[in-house]
Structures are given as structure tokens and as C-alpha cells.
Design a protein around this ligand. Structure first.
Ligand code: ZN
Length: 55
């Protein structure tokens, strides 16, 4: 398996990462500081969003 740290949440979801690595995924999204203006997801790091916006 390749390193997924800087992939977008959209890409991770397509790979099934959220279901298979739920606890790791939670670390990526909480505490959220950014959200994606494209898909509405939120994340700790802007690197994980396709269109990040800080809030
Ligand atoms: Zn997005």
C-alpha cells in the first residue's frame, strides 16, 4: 500500500480508505480547520482537500 497522507479525502473515499481505516480517517478530519468548497468535506490539513478554505 502506498502512502496516503497527502491524498484528498475524495481520493481516500474512492479507495475505500474511510471504511477500512476509520480511526485513521478521523485523525485526518478532526479537529477540522479547513473545509472543501468543492465537495463540502472538512479536514485538519488543507492538503487533504481538493478546494480548501480555512474557517
Ligand atoms: Zn473536495
Amino acid at each position: 500500500m502506498s502512502d496516503k497522507k497527502e491524498k484528498t479525502l475524495c481520493a481516500l473515499e474512492k479507495e475505500g480508505y474511510i471504511k477500512s481505516n476509520t480511526l485513521e480517517f478521523i485523525k485526518l478530519i478532526s479537529p477540522a480547520r479547513y473545509f472543501c468548497k468543492n465537495c463540502g468535506r472538512s479536514a485538519v490539513k488543507e492538503d487533504n482537500l481538493c478546494k480548501p478554505q480555512q474557517f
